[in-house]
Ligand binder design. Sequence first.
Ligand SMILES: *Cc1c(COP(=O)(O)O)cnc(C)c1O
Length: 228
Amino acid sequence: MATIAENIQEVRRRIAAACALAGRPVEAVTLLAVGKTFAAETVRAAFDAGERSFGENYVQEALDKIAALADLRGHVEWHLIGPLQSNKTRSVAEAFDWVHTVDRLKVASRLSEQRPVGLPPLQLCLQVNISGEASKSGLAADEVLGVARAVAALPRVRLRGLMAVPAPAIDAAAQRLPYARLRELLAVLQRDGLDVDTLSMGMTADLEAAIAEGATIVRVGTAIFGAR
Ligand SMILES: *Cc1c(COP(=O)(O)O)cnc(C)c1O
């Protein structure tokens, strides 16, 4: 079985190949290692292999892991990529560096109020229901601009861009369609004058398609840590 270090090397090779194909510099894409369901010491192995950005889905599991890896504080960034209820915002505002899954103004307002003054602004992405699935969380495309303007005006958070988890698609062309729509939505915000630069999109199965459409953060779990 491949080690976590070998898996990371292979994911980085995939990212570099996709960037080369898209004519983008490899530094334009940040790899987020998604450790949900894996133990803190497994995540530490990814740190030892050079990873510095970590994604987690479940707030309580993440808080426990961040505490267990407290010695890495200052050397790593923690990104929440799972659903966030408004009654959990305080601990998230205190422990994380990024939240990718903001889907209403109320959550962003609470994060801004609760972000400790001694910390840098919490970096936020708005989650977009880009495939228009009834069961999925995220803003509808036509709600994004209004919410983005309001979030960008909050004091203790910084709006960075957009995030999506599209419906699974089999071939590369179908995988690219929703990612192209998210890229176009980010351009709408930029034309409106908002200072946004982040497209959080692409996972183990489709990171090449996401990079082809401009992903700046890919969120990869299975290809690094194994099946869950
Ligand atoms: C689990 C998860 C990932 C990682 O998915 P893999 O297919 O394991 O790479 C990325 N983004 C979100 C939102 C996730 O929940």
